[in-house]
Design a protein around this ligand. Structure first.
Ligand code: NAD
Ligand code: DAU
Length: 339
């Protein structure tokens, strides 16, 4: 039995990863370490009752707690834990720097102390900045790191502390850089679940700027599969860009959601643009395809329909995460009160 240490496993992507590994890999046990911030939610792990899954409540910046939870000689650390929302990083960057940079350093130090074989850093395409509108340029692994938001800067910095651990101490590490994920259990501060939840409640859908920013969307399970392959087959010291060749204008994503829910386009409300709003992300995933043998398996049409279906079927989850802190966040962010 191999043991892996997964951080952020109660979040959107981390919980999908935990489910995937338990389902597919019968010889893997997981220690799932999460601070349960506003974005972490034990409901995301509902139904995960496998004896191979152990949940530990803790902060990745807490060195003693990390060392206590990380088993000696475990095979890998997968670092999903992060502050992940760009808008929140614009309002207040401190927690992003603490969790995303200091937390990564603490995990790297602990991994060395515990003799972990491989460190997988879950990074993002946003570290590479923004591409020009309507160009045929793509992010590749050779693209310079040019982060534009405090969130992206913290994730780029995390990549640098991983690199430093490799160069200085010979830590075996791989980095994955994925584009925009969507799927079940995503916190509704992000575009797709926010638009689904608002549309389901007949509330306005706030589109930033001219709605013509481009994101490269991937279904969360395809991202998780790529992370697993990077762990199993990736070359130490390498980064892998992960994307499904699925660029979309924001406005087209929003209208597709309204159409699938049978709601009117009149719910769309253009609002002030995000500060420093990256114009376009587009990933060239050729290296992951060629070296890892990865390719996405879920089309945009199937993935979006499945996502909307999940939110429709899980109204209690939606109502729960939209209560409390979220209502206050929404009021400050959008100047509107949720019904
Ligand atoms: P999320 O915000 O849904 O979940 C983050 C999780 O990390 C939560 O469970 C939270 O409780 C936990 N966490 C936060 N701070 C912590 C701390 N100090 N100690 C321990 N746990 C902590 O995020 P997500 O969308 O699932 O993203 C997961 C990872 O994937 C992040 O590293 C993010 O940068 C990266 N990523 C996300 C996307 C995307 O589109 N969502 C794309 C590429 C990369
Ligand atoms: O590209 C990968 C990144 O994708 C991840 O690293 C981040 O963790 C993740 O949050 C995401 O970042 P984005 O900023 O691209 O995602 P977000 O869902 O916040 O916004 C997607 C696009 O939609 C972006 O152009 C801003 C726009 N938007 C977003 C919200 C929340 C709106 O127009 N209205 C909104 O209300």
């Amino acid at each position: 039995m191999r043991t892996i240490f997964v951080t952020g496993g109660a979040g959107f992507i981390g919980s999908a990863f935990v489910r995937m590994v338990l389902e597919r890999e019968s010889d893997v046990a997981i220690v799932d370490y999460d601070a349960l911030t506003y974005a972490g939610n034990m409901e995301n792990l509902a139904g995960v009752d496998d004896t191979r899954h152990t949940f530990v409540h803790g902060d990745i910046c807490d060195r003693e707690a990390v060392l206590a939870a990380m088993p000696d000689g475990c095979d890998a650390v997968f670092n999903f834990a992060a502050e992940s929302h760009v808008d929140r990083s614009i309002t207040s960057a401190g927690e992003f720097l603490r969790t995303n940079i200091i937390g990564t350093q603490v995990l790297l130090d602990a991994a060395r102390e515990r003799g972990v074989r491989r460190f997988v850093q879950v990074s993002t395409d946003e570290v590479m900045g923004s591409l020009p509108d309507d160009s045929d340029e793509y992010f590749t692994e050779a693209s310079p790191l040019q982060p534009n938001s405090p969130y992206a800067a913290s994730k780029a910095s995390a990549e640098f502390v991983v690199r430093a651990a490799q160069e200085t101490f010979g830590v075996d590490a791989v980095i994955t850089r994925c584009g925009n994920n969507y799927g079940p259990r995503q916190f509704p501060e992000k575009l797709i679940p926010l638009m689904i939840a608002n549309a389901m409640n007949d509330e306005p859908l706030p589109v930033y700027g001219d709605g013509r920013n481009v994101r490269d969307w991937i279904y969360v399970e395809d991202h998780c599969a790529a992370i697993w392959l990077a762990y199993e087959k990736g070359r130490s010291g390498e980064a892998y860009n992960i994307g499904a060749r699925n660029e979309r204008y924001n406005i087209d994503v929003v209208t597709a959601i309204l159409d699938l829910l049978g709601k009117p386009h009149s719910l769309i409300k253009y609002v002030a643009d995000r500060l420093g709003h990256d114009r376009r992300y587009a990933i060239d995933p050729a290296k992951a395809e060629n070296e890892l043998g990865w390719k996405p398996s879920i089309t945009w049409e199937a993935g979006l329909a499945a996502t909307i279906g999940w939110y429709r079927d899980n109204q209690a989850w939606v109502d729960h995460v939209r209560s409390g802190e979220y209502r206050e966040y929404y009021r400050k962010m959008y100047g509107a009160t949720l019904a």
